[in-house]
Ligand binder design. Sequence first.
Ligand code: ADP
Ligand code: ASP
Ligand code: MG
Length: 831
Amino acid sequence: MKVLKFGGSSLANAACFERVSEIILTNAEAASIATVVSAPQGITNDLVALTQHLNSSLIQNSKDCDLAETSDVESTLRTIERKLSDILANIIARNKALDKNSLCAELENLIVRLNQLTKGAQLLSHCPESTSAQILSTGEKFSVAMLNGFLSAKAESVSLIDPEKFLTTDARSAEPVADLKQSKRLFKAHYSGLQSLAIMPGFFGVKPNGETTTLGRNGSDYSAAVLAVCLDAQACEIWTDVDGVYNADPRLVNQVQLIEQMSYHEAMELSYFGAKVLHPKTISPLAQSDIPCWIKNTHSPQAAGTLISNSSNGAESVKAISNLSDVAMINVSGPGMKGMVGMAARVFSTISQADISVIMISQSSAEYCISFCVPGNEADAALDCLNQAFELEIKNELLEPISVRKNLAIVTLVGDRMQQQKGIAAKFFKALSQAKVNIIAIAQDSSERSISAVIRDERTDDAVRTCHQNLFIKRPSIDAILIGCGTVGKELLNQIKKQQPRLVDENIALNLVGLANSRKLLLEKNGIDLQTWETALESASQSFSLDAINQFVSDANLNNPVIIDCTSNDDIAKQYKDYLESGYHVVTANKKANTAEISYYRELREIAEQKQRRFLYETNVGAGLPVIDNLQGLLRAGDKLKQFEGILSGSLSYIFGELHKGLSLSEATLKAKELGYTEPNPAEDLSGLDVARKVLVIAREAGLELELSDIELEPVVPEELAALTDGEEFVARLPEFDEAFQQRIDQAEKDNKVLRYIACIENDCCKVSIQAVDTSHPLYSVAEGENALALHTLYYQPKPYVIRGYGAGAAVTAAGLFGDMLRTLSWDLEH
Ligand code: ADP
Ligand code: ASP
Ligand code: MG
C-alpha cells in the first residue's frame, strides 16, 4: 500500500483533478493506493476568511453594531459556492462518464451544511472551535467527492476514509499532535477491509472528546503521514507543484537546486524552520515507522522528485536554507535571573501552559537573559501570560519589563553533514553581513544539524539570496541593466559578448538582464541574448521607467543588480539617487551627476555608503584610464593633491596637435570631426565645457567643494561660436576665427612652444585654458588624441604622477565601464 497526498496546488481546477486521477490510476497498477487530498487551491483561505468574518460578526452583534461583518459572511459564502460550482461544472464538462447527478448532490449537501454551520453559529452567537473546524474542512470534503467521481467513472471501486473515525489528536486547539497509537488502533477497527483504491480528506481529525479539529494550515501532509503509519504503507508520496525539495525557497531564490535525497532529520529541520513544501509535523511519524517519503510534482510526474528517508546523500555539508517569517522574539532578563535556579523552567512552562509553541531559544551564558521566538500571532498572548506569571519579580525589579520584538524571521542552514564541520557558521554569518543583514539572535542545535539566525523579517529575501549565492552557487554574479545603446553602450555589449567565455572560466556570472534606450526598455531575468538584442529591444513593449526596473528586480530575485549609464542624460543622472536607494550599484560614463550641485554629489555618496552600494564613474575622466581609482587610492593612503594639470579631451588633444603641423583651427577641427573624434557638433568640444566638467570631477574627488560655475573657463572659440547648437553652422562659421587664432599659434611657435588646452587645479581653484608650453612641460608632447594627467601630490614630488593614454573613444570607454562593473563583485566578495 502506498499513500499519495495531493495538495491544493495540485487540485486548482478541473484539469488538475483529471491529472491527479490519472496519476492515481497509473500508480494503482503497481500497488494499492490510499489518496489524501487537500482542498482546491485557495478554498481553505476563503474558509478561513469566512470563520474570521463570522467571529467578528458575532462580536459585533453582541455589541449591537452594524451589519457589515454579516454581509462579509454572506459574500464569502457566495464566493466559496461560486468557486466550487465552477470547478464542478468544468469537471462535469471534461468527463461525460461522470455521475453528474450524484456529484451535484454532493456539492449541494456540502453547501447546505456550510450554510447550516454558519447560521447555527449566528443563532447561538458563538462559533465553537469544532464548528470552525467543520467549516474549514469543507474544501477537503469537496475534493474527495470530485476525485471519487473521477475514479468511480473509471469503474474502480473506491473506499472512502473518514479521518474523524480514527485520526485522533491531543486536546491542543491549534496545531494538535496526532496520537499515533490510538489512531492506528481505531483505523484497524474501522478499516480492515479497504479496497485497493481509497480516498481520505486531509487537514482534519478528531479530538479525544470527539470534536472535529483541524491539524493546522498545510496539515494534509501530516494527515497523509498518519495514514501511512496506520496502513504500514511502503511509501508516502507528497504530490505538489514543484519537482521536489529545493535547497532554498524557489519563490525567493532564482537558481535553487533540487535535493535528490535527504534524511528525515534534514527534512524535519527544514520544514520546522519554514520550508512550506512540507508541514513540519509530517516527517516525525514517518521516521518513527521508517516509511520513505517522496516529494513529487503533479505537473511533471516523470520527474524523479526528492526522497526523504533514513539516509542522506551528497557531499555538501549544508543541504538547504530555509526561512520562517512572522516570528516574534521575547526577552526575559534582569539582575534577578542570575543564578536563579529553575528560571528557564518557569518561563517555558508558563508558555507551554498557554499552549504556545516555542520555535527557538537562545540564552546568554551569564543566565542573565533568556530570549526565545514564538509565532508572531502568539506574541501578545505569550507576553500577557509571562507578565502575569512574573508579576512579583517585575514589581520588585528582579526582572526588567518583558520585551517583545515583532516582525522577525528565522533563517536556518540545515544539513546532517554540518556536524563537526568547521567554518560553516563563519560562512553563514559572513553571507548575512554581506547582505547587510543584522543578526538579532543565533541558535545551533546540539546535533549541529541546523544553525539559525533571527533577523528582521523585511531583510529575509536579501539574507536568503546571499546565503544561497555564497553557500551553493559559489559564483559571484552581476545582473547588469544597461541604459543607453549609443556607440559606447553598443561597444560595451560587444565586449560583454566577447568576454563571456572568459568570465565563465573565471566562474563569474555576468547576466545582461535589462537594456534601455531613450524609448524602450527590455527586461529578461534569464539574460538578454547578446546576438539579437537590437531587434529584441526594438520590439520591446515597455518604455523606460525606474518603477518598471524596480518591480522587475524585486520579482526576478536578482542578487547583484548594477545599472550602467552610457548616456549623457541629465534626467537619468538625477535618478542615481533612486537607483542607489533601491539597492543597485551605479556604474556611469555620464558626468552629469558628479558635476551637478555639490549637495547632490554628497547625497549620492551618503546613500551609496548607507545602502552599501557602489557608485563607480572611472570613465568620467580619461575614459578607461585609471584616474579616479588611482586618485582615490592615493588619497586613502594619506596623499594630498597639491596641483594638477592635464589634457582631458581626446578631440582637443588631436586638434591642438594638428595646429602645429600647419593646419588652421577650422581645418584641424574638420579633420577631427571627419575621423569621428569630435561630438557631432564640434562646438561642444571647443566650448571647453566638457573639460570643465572633468576637472571638476577631479577637484571634488580631491576634496574641493566647487561648483561647475566656479571653474574659470576659456573656451577655444569665442562664446558666440561656442554657443551654436547647429553643427553644420558651427563648421561653416569656424573659419571666421582662424586668423585671430593663427596669431596665437605663430606666437607660441616663435617662443619654441606649443599650444595645449589644459585643465589645471591650483590653490583650490580650477581653470581650463589654452596655454603655450615648452619642451620641459609634461604635457608638451601630448597630442594625437591622447589624454595626460599630471598629479602633483604630497607623495609625488617634485616629479608628478603622470597618467597618459587614449582618453576617448568607444573601445576604451566601454573597457572602463566593464572594469567598473567587475568592481561591484569585489565589493560583494570583500564585504
Ligand atoms: P501544496 O498545495 O501541494 O500543499 P504548498 O504550497 O503547501 O503545496 O507547498 C509547495 C510550495 O512550497 C512550493 O510551490 C514552493 O513555492 C514552496 N517551497 C518553500 N520552500 C521550498 C523548498 N525548500 N523546496 C520546495 N518548495 C518549497
Ligand atoms: N487545505 C489546508 C490548507 O490550505 C490543508 C492543506 O492544504 O494541507 O491549509
Ligand atoms: Mg502544502
